[in-house]
Every structure is written in structure tokens, then in C-alpha cells.
Design a protein around this ligand. Structure first.
Ligand SMILES: Cc1cc2nc3c(=O)[nH]c(=O)nc-3n(C[C@H](O)[C@H](O)[C@H](O)COP(=O)(O)OP(=O)(O)OC[C@H]3O[C@@H](n4cnc5c(N)ncnc54)[C@H](O)[C@@H]3O)c2cc1C
Length: 380
């Protein structure tokens, strides 16, 4: 239950619609999409029609004019059906804000309305085979030619890499300037000669999320593809967005922690061994008591940070604490809850098995938990 003072009855109405959408448009197809390794473009159009995309974006550009609680609700409702790989949050709450906050007026008008309808599905391509945590080490270049640029390089692990048709690409416009030489570009894939999608990589969890390699071989970018129209601004743009992105990672972690506890209470209340319910063993109650406590602490910390964010007060260090702490607890709880399911916990038809596999990503993506601790450590 959300207790934040920023949470209103209108949010609950929105939740009812999201729940219907998840149950009707996603739950029946989840397994098929996981087998296919991706979601279909029609899903994105339907989500746009139902008002699930770009809920926080200004209505001026076709968005819902909401706040971060709309993002949380979408994440909570997809977590209920154990569909962690649905990347609406990435498209709507991580990528669209780059364009809304930093884009030129022309870029906003060109991309944002179609992102809200799902005609454009967005991806963000920073990571490369040789550069993940150390973003400054990227080797993809955007070389100025005439009015525009030529993009060359390679990216890896890019979510929405198969379904995405609008990719925000981080590239070096000045190889000698370190972080100051990184710029962000908006690449429309349909028109991009020299752009190819590589393998849709096989993963241990979040299987319907198309995490892909992307290749750029002398792809022409017109001058208006440069986000914000000024070179060398990519790194500060990325840095400024990190606290919110980490908050979003924590939303998924907390929602999954809570669902794992709920599912496991239900399972252990039914399942019997040695003539009694699993729940009647003290070990079960103690493990679930610990798990529930972690879920509640995660929720309190998350909502405190969401309130701080909405009030413009969330700092990078606190966001890093929230991200590592909640994703670490998510992993621990998923592991303990799987154990309480016995052999069934190891079977993919039980959601706890999926949650266990999916949870591992939280400690790696969005900045690894080691990087989070480094950020915190530097402030001590
Ligand atoms: C499923 C999935 C989806 C992803 N989606 C995207 C996406 O959409 N777009 C995108 O750009 N990227 C994406 N990523 C990439 C993700 O952000 C990176 O994997 C992550 O930042 C780590 O980078 P790396 O894999 O290169 O690991 P490395 O940076 O090589 O790190 C390896 C290990 O070394 C540790 N390490 C590194 N530096 C330090 C340090 N300074 N101190 C202590 N320890 C350190 C790390 O914590 C880690 O444990 C995705 C990854 C996955 C797995």
C-alpha cells in the first residue's frame, strides 16, 4: 500500500486500467513472448492507446501529464503478473525524458507524440563490448562530415534492441576530450543505412526483453539528430538523469520483493510436509518474517526517495543507496522464497523461479551495485 502524500485517488483509477491491460493484453501472451525473446510492436501501440506510455510526459507533447507514481503503478502491475521484462518504463520514464528535457523544440515535436502512441519504440545505447561501467571508454564515434555526422561502432546488451525504432546513441564527437567529448544522437532505424541489429542475446531471466547487439557502419546522421543541438553534452545529460533512473530500478526491486513474499506465504500456507503446513515450521515463519521486514523497509525507503524526488530533493548518493540496497534485498528474498518452494521453486512454471532469475539483473544494470557503493563511498 502506498502511503506517500503525493499519491492520490486518481492514481488508483489509473491502476485499475493498468491492471486490466496487464491481465488482458499481456498475461495470456507472456510465455509466448518469452519464448520469442521479444515483445511485438502491436503491444506498444496498444499500450499507447490505453495511456500506459509516457504517463509523466507533458500533455503538450501527447503525454499523460502524470508523475513518478504512474511509473511505479505500471511496474507494480507488471510485477503482479511476473512480467519484469516489459520495458515500458525504459521507453517512457528513462528515454523520453532525455528528449523532453534536453531536446530542441523540433526534436520534441518530432519524437515525443509518437513515443506516447507507441509508434516510436525507444532504446538507449551506451554500453559497448569494451565499456560498461566505464562509460567514458566508449569507442563509438560520430565524425562530423559536412553538415552532419557519420556514426561508426558497436553496442551490446541494448534493451529494446530488436523492437526499437528510435535509438538514443552515445558516441564520441571529440576523441581527445574524455567525458566532454561524448554526445547523444537520435537515430531513426528505418532510414538508417549501415545500421544493423546483431544477436538478440540469450539471458538467464527477463527473456522477453530483447537485449541486443547493435552495429553502426558509417551511418549518416543529419545535424538535427544531435540531441539538444550541442556537441559534448552527452555525459552531463546522462549523469543528471541517473538518480531518477535508479529510483525506477528500485521500484521494480521493491515490487518484486513484495510479490515474492505474498506468493510464498500463499504457497507455504497450502503445502504440507510431515503432516503440517510448511508455514507451521518455525524456520518458514522466521524466513518469511525476515523477507517481509526487508520488503517493508524497501517500500519505506523507496517512497521516501520518491517524495524527495518529486520535491526536487533526491541526491545522487541517496539514489545510489536505494538502488543497491533494494536490488540486493530483492535477490536475497527471491532466493529464500525459492527455497521455501522446494523443487517447485526451481520450475519455471512457478513465478518465484522467474523472479529469482529476473532479480539478478537489478544488481548489474543501471550502474552495478559496486559502482553504487563507490558513489556512496566517495562522499564519506
Ligand atoms: C539485460 C541487460 C540489459 C541492459 N540494457 C542496457 C541498455 O538498454 N542500454 C545500455 O546502454 N546498457 C544496457 N545494459 C548494460 C549494463 O548497463 C552494463 O552491463 C552495466 O553497466 C555493467 O557494465 P559491464 O557489463 O560492461 O560490466 P563491467 O563494467 O565490465 O563490470 C564488471 C564487474 O566489475 C565491477 N566493476 C567495474 N568497475 C568497477 C569499479 N570502479 N569499482 C568496483 N567494481 C567495478 C562491476 O561492478 C562488475 O561487477 C544492460 C545489461 C543487461 C545485462
Amino acid at each position: 500500500m502506498i502511503r506517500s502524500r503525493h499519491y492520490t485517488p486518481a492514481h488508483e483509477d489509473f491502476r485499475a486500467g493498468v491492471r486490466r491491460f496487464m491481465e488482458k493484453e499481456c498475461a495470456p501472451y507472456r510465455d509466448a513472448w518469452q519464448a520469442a525473446g521479444r515483445t511485438p510492436p502491436e503491444l506498444w501501440r496498444k499500450a499507447g492507446e490505453a495511456g500506459l506510455l509516457c504517463t509523466k510526459m507533458s500533455p503538450e507533447y501527447g503525454g499523460g501529464g502524470g508523475d513518478l507514481f504512474h511509473c511505479l503503478i505500471v511496474l507494480e502491475e507488471q510485477t503482479r503478473i511476473c512480467f519484469n521484462e516489459l520495458t515500458f518504463y525504459l521507453h517512457s520514464d528513462i528515454i523520453a525524458p532525455y528528449i523532453e528535457l534536453y531536446g530542441t523544440e523540433d526534436q520534441k515535436r518530432r519524437y515525443l507524440p509518437k513515443m506516447a502512441t507507441g509508434e516510436f519504440v525507444a532504446a538507449i545505447a551506451m554500453t559497448e563490448p569494451g565499456a560498461g561501467s566505464d562509460l567514458q571508454a566508449i569507442r563509438t564515434t560520430a565524425r562530423a562530415v559536412g553538415n552532419g555526422y557519420r556514426l561508426n561502432g558497436q553496442k551490446v546488451f541494448i534493451s529494446n534492441g530488436q523492437v526499437g525504432n528510435l535509438i538514443v546513441v552515445a558516441a564520441k564527437t571529440d576523441g581527445g576530450a574524455g567525458a566532454k567529448g561524448i554526445s547523444l544522437f537520435l537515430l531513426e532505424t528505418e532510414k538508417a543505412e549501415g545500421f544493423t541489429r546483431g544477436k538478440n542475446l540469450k539471458k538467464i531471466g527477463c527473456k522477453a526483453q530483447d537485449s541486443s547487439e547493435l552495429f553502426f557502419d558509417d551511418v549518416y546522421l543529419p545535424p538535427e539528430a544531435l540531441l539538444g543541438g550541442v556537441e559534448g553534452q552527452g555525459f552531463p545529460m546522462l549523469m543528471r538523469r541517473l538518480p531518477e533512473e535508479r529510483l525506477i530500478m528500485a521500484m521494480s526491486a521493491v515490487a518484486n520483493t513484495e510479490e515474492a513474499v505474498t506468493e510464498t506465504v500463499a504457497y507455504t500456507s497450502e503445502r504440507k510436509a510431515f503432516g503440517q503446513r510448511l508455514m507451521d515450521f518455525q524456520n518458514t515463519r522466521f524466513k518469511l518474517a525476515e523477507a517481509k521486514t526487508k520488503a517493508v523497509l524497501g517500500r519505506v525507503f523507496l517512497e521516501r526517495c520518491m517524495d524527495a524526488f518529486i520535491e526536487g530533493k533526491l541526491d545522487t548518493t541517496t539514489a545510489a543507496m536505494l538502488k543497491w540496497w533494494t536490488t540486493q534485498r530483492q535477490n536475497e528474498v527471491a532466493d529464500e522464497c525459492l527455497q521455501l518452494h522446494g523443487g517447485y521453486g526451481y520450475m519455471m512454471e512457478y513465478d518465484i523461479a522467474r523472479r529469482y532469475a529476473d532479480s539478478r539483473l537489478g544488481r548489474i544494470a543501471g550502474g552495478t551495485n559496486e559502482i553504487m557503493k563507490d558513489i556512496i563511498g566517495r562522499t564519506l
